[in-house]
Design a protein around this ligand. Sequence first.
Ligand code: AKB
Length: 316
Amino acid sequence: MQEKILVIGACGQIGTELTLALRQKYGNENVIASDIKEESPLFAGTGPFIKLDAMDAAAIRALVKREKITTIYLLAALLSVTGETNPALCWGLNMGALRQILDLGMAEKLKIFWPSSIAVFGATTPRENTPQKTIMEPTTMYGVTKYSGELLCQYYHKKFGLDVRSVRYPGLISWKSEPCGGTTDYAVEIFYEAIKMGKYTCFLSENTYLPMMYMDDAIRATLELMDVPLEKIKSRMSYNLSAISFSPKEIAEEIKKYIPNFKMSYAPDQRQAIADSWPASIDDSTARADWGWKHEYDLPKMVKVMLENLTEKLSK
Ligand code: AKB
């Protein structure tokens, strides 16, 4: 059967690139992008777009029925920093939208992708090589919604057989689309500032290690997980996913190889406490064993491709 896909929250950092990748894989007309925001210029004209509120269950249900949707990627969410400025909205949107989509998934027999995050972990979690199954006591509202969401997805799978799949994304680094409202956003901002200004003041301290991943790896992981035969998915809690772990100091050193006069300074703010509560590195051996996940981009490869592409983008 031809897959017909709906991406909710398509104009965000992941949604933009995922929409483009899905359109390439399944055909432009078979991937409907939707967002509460205006259509992203990055995919405008490449396929159908509908302005849609992720909380509007009736509108989404009507769209799913009308367009005979088979798969939903639900990406609409508030991230860790924005979530702390409005915890009530963070809970309302992140959990409310998920619950509605899970119910719709059951009613319409849909396949669903929903992203979790390294934010499910907290200060009581082992920080190095954080295992798939471990202590989870998140301290941000975003982390609370992601952990609760994982449990909800697992519940709907076990109780109702719903095919909902998920990964715990680390910080994502991309040049096409920009992140918004996360603690790991510095690892994208640094490239813009290095190219435009030759300097960057980081809101995290120099030795704050966090798990990160280049966007191409994240998109490939998502598409691969959604393609894996059902019996290979042994965890219905979200899969740990790992690629690179680095500190602000280390990424700055790598950037200096291309921009020798680049100056990095540090002014940690309230985001430091969030970063300090998260893992420094992730053990993703379960994803590697269950469905063959393998990252391609290490720190040098990622920095090279980011600088090349962003330099060209910013020169236009
Ligand atoms: C954030 O920093 O909030 C996100 C995440 C790691 O989920 N990028």
